[in-house]
Design a protein around this ligand. Structure first.
Ligand code: 5GP
Length: 199
């Protein structure tokens, strides 16, 4: 079917922005991102792939794409990941295609990922905005990790990883403290608005 001669041309849009939200596991990045997405309908949150098993209540294709090791490695070898990293003995990665498709549609895409992955995004997409979410204190982070119901060994390992991750805050464009969810998301929105206004 051909378009009527007087049809308005499709409006070309700017490619969407890529925003990375990173920080130590257990800091509440997921909650911050969920609240941001609830407030802003112009955003898309990337669904990562992982080889870790689902936690109770998590759903395939919603919280993560849950893959076995062979599938993850095959996709990695095929260049399907924009970034990927091993964290606490499991693989996590961002699938390139859906992110690029959403950006091409002019959508702002949010990646909620750990720090090695954030570094890879910085190299591959220098235009990405990198935001570090920090806990108010180490005790607060420990309490959050325990609250998730992971086994004590995993909590201890994740706390060690978190200590190492905290040292990298200065590599990011912005750092925000998750002391209060609403305030933290206000700050994130302000960062997005400031970046948009600078375009
Ligand atoms: P969890 O197992 O608690 O869901 O996630 C563990 C860590 O992996 C968190 O810091 C989370 O942000 C990170 N993560 C989730 N998805 C990805 C991803 O696609 N890439 C990378 N590099 N990290 C991810």
């Amino acid at each position: 079917m051909t378009a009527p001669a007087d049809a308005a041309p499709a409006t070309p849009h700017q490619p969407g922005r890529l925003v990375v939200i990173s920080g130590p596991g257990g800091v509440g990045k997921g909650t911050v991102v969920a609240e941001l997405a609830r407030r802003r309908c112009d955003l898309e949150v990337s669904v990562s792939a992982t080889t870790r098993p689902p936690r109770p209540g998590e759903h395939d294709g919603v919280d993560y794409h849950f893959l076995d090791n062979a599938d993850f490695q095959a996709r990695s070898a095929a260049g399907a990941f924009l970034e990927w990293a091993e964290f606490n003995g499991r693989c996590y990665g961002t699938l390139r295609q859906p992110v690029e498709a959403a950006c091409a549609r002019g959508r702002t895409v949010i990646l909620e990922i750990e720090i090695q992955g954030a570094r890879q995004v910085r190299q591959r997409r220098p235009d990405a905005v990198l935001v570090f979410v920090a806990p108010p204190s180490r005790d607060d982070l420990l309490a959050r990790l325990r609250h998730r119901g992971d086994d004590p060994d995993s909590v201890a390992r994740r706390l060690d990883l978190a200590e190492a991750e905290l040292a990298h805050a200065e590599e990011f464009d912005h750092a925000i403290v998750n002391d209060d969810l609403a305030r933290c998301v206000d700050e994130l929105e302000h960062i997005l608005d400031t970046v948009d206004a600078a375009d």
